[in-house]
Design a protein around this ligand. Structure first.
Ligand code: APR
Length: 241
């Protein structure tokens, strides 16, 4: 059976649009996804590198791991899908972006991100002095707080962490109010972020999935655009004119 022609969507036809991004959006830029044979969790045990217990046990090992990821991400560049999404959002400010990604590639493409659900590789958290950006090179400028000496924890929602409720509230409001919900590159298995697709569907949004493969949440989508983000986003979402 031949694949149906990829439908195209005009964001002007919807009062509100949410693009919901997962690691698959960054895959073609060279940033590894989390699941699948080459995924990060196939190579690293999160209990040693990406949870509070590991950080408390061995902060240097955890910070080393995150510095390797920062350095790698800096060698990656946004692709045609990111660039097209940036143009779409510039033309249609009602396009909002909610991401699970921590790599900052959306921002580097000039995209306004409304909610970073799982934090960022480019931000740290001091238990006493709060958040601090560290947008520089791969290695952190400071591993310990210059004001109090505490280890600076990456501002990332690790496994076993509570999510940032304020960020999730923002995302929930945007998703519940959108008329077009476009998920790009997510396996839809990590909660509570995975619940946004059902929320969008229950709210009556047109459901569009951009992913080369089927996954657990695919049944929620009426339009499953089976292809890579770098091709499908430019090919299926129309700019004005
Ligand atoms: N274009 C679009 N999608 C792609 C591409 C591509 N070029 N390549 C892979 N994908 C899809 C895969 O088919 C898969 O469904 O991207 C998805 C990646 O899934 P995951 O690796 O599970 O990433 P994600 O869904 O973002 O993970 C959610 O899990 O580990 C936690 O906090 C981490 O935010 C992350 C969360």
């Amino acid at each position: 059976m031949t694949e149906p022609a990829l439908k195209s969507f005009d964001p002007a036809e919807y009062r509100s649009v949410v693009f919901f991004a997962g690691a698959g959006l960054s895959a073609e830029s060279g940033v590894p996804t989390y699941r699948g044979h080459a995924g990060i969790w196939a190579q690293y045990n999160y209990e040693d590198y990406a949870c509070q217990r590991a950080f408390d046990r061995d902060p240097v090992r955890v910070l080393d791991f995150h510095e390797v990821r920062r350095t790698h991400v800096l060698q990656c560049a946004p692709h045609a899908g990111h660039r097209h999404l940036a143009q779409l959002q510039a033309a249609y400010p009602h396009i909002r972006v909610v991401t699970q990604n921590i790599d900052g590639l959306l921002q580097r493409a000039g995209i306004r991100v409304d909610a970073e659900l799982h934090g960022s590789l480019w931000r740290q958290r001091c238990p006493s002095h709060g958040l601090r950006d560290d947008l520089e090179a791969g290695p952190y400028r400071h591993r310990q707080c210059p004001d109090c000496g505490a280890w600076l924890r990456p501002d990332i929602t690790w496994f076993e962490d509570r999510v940032n409720e304020a960020v999730f509230d923002t995302a929930r409001r945007l998703v519940a109010g959108c008329e077009l919900f476009v998920s790009v590159g997510t396996s839809g298995v990590v909660w509570p972020a995975a619940g946004f697709a059902q929320l969008a569907r229950d709210s009556g949004a047109l459901m569009v999935e951009v992913n080369p493969e089927d996954n657990e949440a695919s049944a929620l989508y009426t339009h499953r655009l089976r292809g890579p983000a770098s091709k499908v986003i430019p090919g299926c979402f129309r700019l004005p004119g």
